[in-house]
Design a protein around this ligand. Structure first.
Ligand SMILES: Nc1ncnc2c1ncn2[C@@H]1O[C@H](COP(=O)(O)OP(=O)(O)OP(=O)(O)O)[C@@H](O)[C@H]1O
Ligand SMILES: [Mg+2]
Length: 138
């Protein structure tokens, strides 16, 4: 699937609809450069499923934030695969709705049915590509 999102509001609209299709355990790998909207999409997914007032800080420094069965990871600062076990990635993948920013270092941990979301710049907006979203998703 492919989506053109011309504004931050459209990004949030996409993420709200996408969120409703997610049922644990499921892993979503959010690919995209700095500032593409990985955190914004994760935040909207979490707020859609856990309440609009849920505070969702970027996990750039904490690495992982948990929201009662939703785990939000940012692996930008992870340098060694062994750290992925210490931060609880396999446990999250097995149990939670797991949202992962900068997922490349975790590629050997990602289940086959991971939903890969690729975000790129498109004019002043964004383009989203989801090559295979799994049964019933997107
Ligand atoms: N469709 C869109 N059109 C224009 N701007 C957008 C769109 N969607 C999101 N943005 C903007 O892109 C930025 C996304 O920031 P965000 O922190 O979510 O990026 P990120 O991919 O998580 O970056 P990082 O790699 O630093 O974690 C925000 O400034 C947001 O307003
Ligand atoms: Mg981010």
């Amino acid at each position: 699937m492919e989506y053109i999102l011309n504004s931050i509001d459209e990004t949030r609209g996409f993420a709200r609809e996408f969120a409703k299709k997610l049922h644990a355990p499921v892993t979503v790998a959010l690919h995209g450069d700095l500032g593409m909207g990985k955190s914004e999409i994760a935040r909207t997914i979490i707020q859609t499923l856990r309440g609009e007032n849920t505070v969702v800080p970027s996990p750039t420094f904490t690495i992982v934030q948990n929201y009662d069965g939703i785990s939000h990871f940012d692996l930008y600062r992870i340098n060694d695969v062994s750290e992925l076990i210490e931060i609880g990635l396999p446990y999250a993948i097995a149990n939670d709705i797991t949202l992962i920013e900068w997922p490349d270092i975790a590629k050997d941990f990602l289940p086959k049915n991971t939903i890969h979301v690729y975000i790129t710049e498109y004019g002043s907006g964004r383009k989203i590509i989801i090559p295979f979203a799994g049964e019933g998703v997107a």
